[in-house]
Design a protein around this ligand. Structure first.
Ligand SMILES: C[S@@+](CC[C@H](N)C(=O)[O-])C[C@H]1O[C@@H](n2cnc3c(N)ncnc32)[C@H](O)[C@@H]1O
Length: 351
């Protein structure tokens, strides 16, 4: 009975989280989070007036966030309730520039529910479902979910952890960002290293277009170029650094992609492989981070890989052992775990 109660409690918590995910997005779209960002106490009627919605909507939304622990409440002696965001809650939900901003991740969740019927059909037919076939919420969500990590860690921790790479980029190097998506990682590097040239490649046309626009917004159009190309055939040679940010496992042929990188690399160049953090055994990954990545892998990464030639389906929790094997098959002789965060591991591959 105790075990049953614990599982019931978990399922109830999960159903609440799954339902409230829609409310987190709604809070962004209708400006609720922004209206609360200053941390001042606010009533439901005040929030409603600020955001131009009927009070009952604001009242129920605020109450749902309070029940979720996403917002604090106070009740005065007359029983009047006010709501306020703590600084930490504001970092997660209201401040898109905070290193802890997570509200963007809910767009990924939304895309998964949106695409569910088609993914089910493809699974039953034994087919994949390409990255490009997903609801566009996935692309927005991916940009927003990974952006805080890249802005926080990429140029201050990850690149300096690679042998000689910071100095090469400072002096002026050629860099490829393969599977660049919306190019957030490319733009972060290009801003820090103006003497270097950055080439973002992705097979998804809409992502390449967005990456180009994003680079212009970030003021790095001058030393970036985004080109539609697959990981096993993008142009150019003599790259000093070739990066894969959270995309190798989405590819049908990760060994083929690494082989192409090996050929396109300068003789003393480096591949930086950033993948979701994971251990080699299932038991290592049975934790909240592994839970997110296994779920995303089932609905997004594995179908993406199976939609491409080879269909290796590494999965989003491949672990260092399988990644090292792929690197060795591609001809890399040196493989090192350079650094990590609670979410990513950063692997250095050299010829
Ligand atoms: C999870 S997203 C990561 C995007 C970006 N690197 C980031 O970290 O935000 C995976 C990306 O890999 C791209 N991709 C998948 N297979 C590819 C392939 N064979 N060649 C080039 N890009 C590919 C997808 O289009 C998508 O943009």
């Amino acid at each position: 009975m105790e075990r049953l109660q614990a599982l019931v409690f978990q399922a109830v918590t999960d159903i609440g989280a799954a339902l409230n995910g829609a409310l987190v997005i709604l809070g962004t779209d209708l400006g609720f989070w922004s209206a609360l960002a200053d941390g001042q106490p606010i009533t439901a009627a005040e929030l409603a007036a600020r955001c131009g919605v009927p009070t009952p909507y604001a009242d129920q939304w605020l109450s749902a966030q309070a029940a979720s622990g996403n917002i604090d409440t106070e009740t005065d002696s007359t029983g009047a309730v006010t709501f306020r965001l703590s600084p930490e809650q504001a970092m997660i939900f209201a401040d898109q520039d905070s290193p802890a901003y997570l509200a963007g991740g809910y767009h990924i969740v939304r895309s998964v529910y949106e695409d569910l019927p088609q993914i089910e059909e493809r699974m039953e037919a034994g087919q994949g479902f390409g990255w490009h076939e997903h609801d566009p919420e996935l692309f927005l969500g991916t940009e927003q979910f990974f952006r805080p990590g890249y802005r926080t860690h990429l140029v201050d921790e990850w690149l300096p952890a690679l042998e000689g790479v910071h100095d090469a980029l400072t002096a002026g190097a050629r860099v490829a960002d393969v599977g660049c998506g919306h190019g957030v990682s490319t733009a972060v590097m290009a801003a820090r290293y103006p003497a270097s040239s950055f080439f973002g490649f992705d097979y998804h046309e809409a992502s390449v277009e967005r990456a180009t626009a994003h680079a212009a917004e970030q003021g790095v159009a001058g030393n970036t170029a985004f080109i539609r190309a697959a990981a096993d055939s993008y142009p150019g040679s003599d790259y000093d650094l070739i990066c894969f940010f959270d995309c190798l496992h989405d590819m049908g042929d990760p060994v083929g992609a690494l082989k192409h990188a090996r050929e396109a690399l300068s003789p003393d160049g480096t591949v930086m492989l950033v993948e979701p953090i994971a251990g080699d055994a299932l038991a290592d990954n049975l934790n909240p981070v592994g839970r997110i990545f296994y779920a995303a892998s089932t609905m997004i990464c594995t179908p993406s890989s199976l939609a491409q030639d080879v269909g290796a389906a590494l999965g989003a929790q491949a672990g260092p052992g399988r990644l090292q094997k792929a690197a060795e098959l591609a001809g890399f002789t040196r493989f090192r775990r350079a650094t990590e965060t609670p979410v990513n591991m950063v692997l250095e591959l050299r010829p």
